[in-house]
Design a protein around this ligand. Structure first.
Ligand code: SAJ
Length: 425
C-alpha cells in the first residue's frame, strides 16, 4: 500500500532513501535544516554526489511525489536519517537524533510508524527516542510504532545496495517490525531480517567495527612490511587466496562518517571490555600521522630541503565527494604542523574547501617535489607519468592506496614509493 512519508535528514542517506520511496509510488516530504539544500532539491539540483541520484531525483520531483522543506509535516511514516557523530572526547553526540525526534512529535498521530535509520549506540531507540515520543501522549507499541532499520549502503553504490542488500529491522515490538518490513519491501530485494531495536543497533555498529578492526590489522601489516623489506599489498593478496582469510587493505587512514566513528559507540559503553576495538581505532587514526612522516622521510632521502608536496585526493575514499573524517584532511594538518608546504587537488570536490586547494591539476603540480596519492579515484589511476613529469620540479611519487603501477612511474624517471611496501618502494 502506498504511504505518505516524512523523511528527516536529506544527506547521503536520507536523500537517496527519499527518492527511492518516491519513485516506488510513496508520497515523500523530505526535511532538512539546510535551507540551501532544500531549495536545491526542489529545483532538482544535488548538494551531494551519488551515482544515479540526479536522474532519480528528477523522476521523483517530476512525478509530484517528492518535495523538500525545512519543516516536518503529518505523514503515515516518519524516517529519521540524521547524523550521529562523536564529540571531541569520542562520546556519541545524539543531539541530532533527539532534535529530529522532538521535531516530529507535533505531527505524529495514532497509527503512525517512526523508523530510525541513523547508526546509533545500542539502546538509543529505547533510552533516547521513546521518552521523547511519549510526549505525543500515544501508547507506544499500540498506537505508535517504532523501529530501527539501520542504513547499510556504501557511498558510491547506494542505489544498488539499497535494493540488493539484506536489511535489518528491529522493532520495539513485533507489529513495529512487521510494518517496517512491509514498507521497505517496496524496493528492497535482499532479505529483511526482523529482530528487536537494540539488537538491530548492535548489529549495525558491529558491522562497521568489524571493518575498522580488520583495516587496522592491514595497516599494522603495512607498518611491519615497511620495516622488513616486504610489499604488504602483495603479501595480503596472496594470504587472501586462502579460503578462510579476508584481510582488508592498508591506506593513509580510515575516513567517512561511519567506520571511523561507530566503534567508539561500543568503546563508550564498555571501555574496559573493548580493548581490540579501541586499539584498532587508534591504529587507524595514527595512519595520517605515519603518512606525513613518510612524506617527510622520502623528501629527506632525496635531499630535498623545503619541499613542496602535491596531495591528490581529499575525499575519504575513491570516486565520491564526501570528505567527512577524511584522512587527507589529517595529513594536511600534519604537514601544516611540520611547516611543509603543499597544494591539494581532487576532481570530485568542485569547491575549494581544503587548504591550498586548486581545481587545476597542473597548478597543483607546479613546483611540486613529490606527488602523493591519498585517494584512489579512477582519475588518478589513469594519470600518465610522462605527462606529469614535465609539470613537477622533482620526480617523486608516493602512493598510499596502491593506485599506481610503480614500474610505469619508475620507467618515466620517477622515484616511486608505496605505503606498506619497502620491497619496491
Ligand atoms: N578503507 C581502508 N581499507 C579497506 C577498506 C576501507 O583503508 O580495506 C578505508 C577507506 O579508504 C575509507 C574508510 O576505510 O577511508 C571507510 O570506507 P569503506 O568503504 O569501508 O566504508 P564506508 O564508510 O564508505 O561505508 C561503511 C559500510 N560498512 C561496511 O562495509 C561494514 C557501509 O555498508 C555502511 O552503510 C556505512 O559504513 C555506514 O553508513 O555505516
Amino acid at each position: 500500500m502506498k504511504k505518505s512519508l516524512c523523511v528527516v535528514g536529506l544527506g547521503y542517506i536520507g536523500l537517496p532513501t527519499s527518492v527511492m520511496f518516491a519513485i516506488h509510488g510513496h508520497k515523500v516530504h523530505g526535511v532538512d535544516i539546510n535551507h540551501k539544500a532544500v531549495e536545491m532539491i526542489n529545483n532538482k539540483q544535488l548538494h551531494i554526489e551519488e551515482n544515479g541520484l540526479q536522474e532519480r531525483l528528477e523522476e521523483a520531483v517530476d512525478a509530484g511525489l517528492f518535495e523538500a522543506s525545512v519543516e516536518p509535516t503529518e505523514a503515515d511514516v516518519f524516517v529519521i536519517a540524521v547524523p550521529s557523530p562523536i564529540r571531541e572526547d569520542k562520546t556519541a553526540n545524539l543531539d541530532y537524533v533527539r532534535k529530529a525526534t522532538e521535531a516530529i512529535v507535533p505531527f505524529v498521530k495514532k497509527g503512525n510508524l517512526v523508523i530510525l535509520e541513523s547508526t546509533v549506540p545500542p539502546r538509543t531507540v529505547e533510552d533516547v527516542m521513546l521518552p521523547v515520543l511519549e510526549q505525543t501522549g500515544l501508547q507506544i507499541g499500540e498506537e505508535l510504532f517504532v523501529s530501527h532499520s539501520p542504513e547499510r549502503v556504501i557511498p558510491g553504490k547506494v542505489f544498488q545496495e539499497l535494493v540488493d542488500n539484506d536489511r535489518i529491522v528491529g522493532g520495539i515490538n513485533e507489529q513495529s517490525s512487521e510494518m517496517t518490513k512491509e514498507l521497505y519491501q517496496s524496493f528492497v530485494k535482499g532479505n529483511i531480517h526482523l529482530t528487536d531495536a537494540t539488537t538491530a543497533e548492535m548489529a549495525k555498529v558491529i558491522e562497521n567495527t568489524y571493518r575498522d578492526v580488520n583495516i587496522a590489522f592491514a595497516n599494522e601489516l603495512a607498518l611491519i612490511s615497511d620495516k622488513i623489506g616486504v610489499n604488504s599489498w602483495e603479501a595480503i593478496k596472496l594470504a587472501n587466496y586462502h579460503p578462510r582469510v579476508n584481510i582488508h587493505t592498508p591506506g593513509p587512514g580510515v575516513g567517512g562518517h561511519c567506520i571511523a566513528v561507530d566503534p567508539w559507540f561500543l568503546a563508550e559503553i564498555e571501555p574496559d571490555l573493548s580493548k581490540i576495538i579501541q586499539l584498532s581505532r587508534n591504529t587507524n587514526d595514527h595512519m595520517p600521522v605515519y603518512t606525513a612522516e613518510q612524506i617527510q622521510e622520502i623528501m629527506k632521502e632525496q635531499f630535498i630541503n623545503d619541499p613542496k608536496v602535491a596531495l591528490f585526493g581529499l575525499s575519504f575514499k575513491a570516486n565520491i565527494d564526501d570528505q567527512r573524517e577524511s584522512p587527507s584532511l589529517k595529513v594536511i594538518m600534519e604537514l601544516v604542523e611540520k611547516g611543509i608546504s603543499f597544494t591539494t587537488f581532487d576532481p570530485h570536490i568542485k569547491e575549494n574547501v581544503a587548504s591550498n586547494q586548486t581545481q587545476d591539476m597542473e597548478e597543483a603540480l607546479n613546483e611540486a617535489d613529490i606527488l602523493v596519492i591519498l585517494t584512489d579515484h579512477d582519475e588518478f589511476k589513469q594519470l600518465d607519468p610522462e605527462f606529469i613529469k614535465g609539470k613537477m620540479r622533482n620526480r617523486v611519487v608516493f602512493d598510499t592506496k596502491n593506485a599506481l603501477s610503480l614500474d610505469e612511474w619508475k620507467n618515466a624517471g620517477f622515484v616511486a614509493k608505496r605505503l606498506g611496501d619497502s620491497k619496491n618502494g
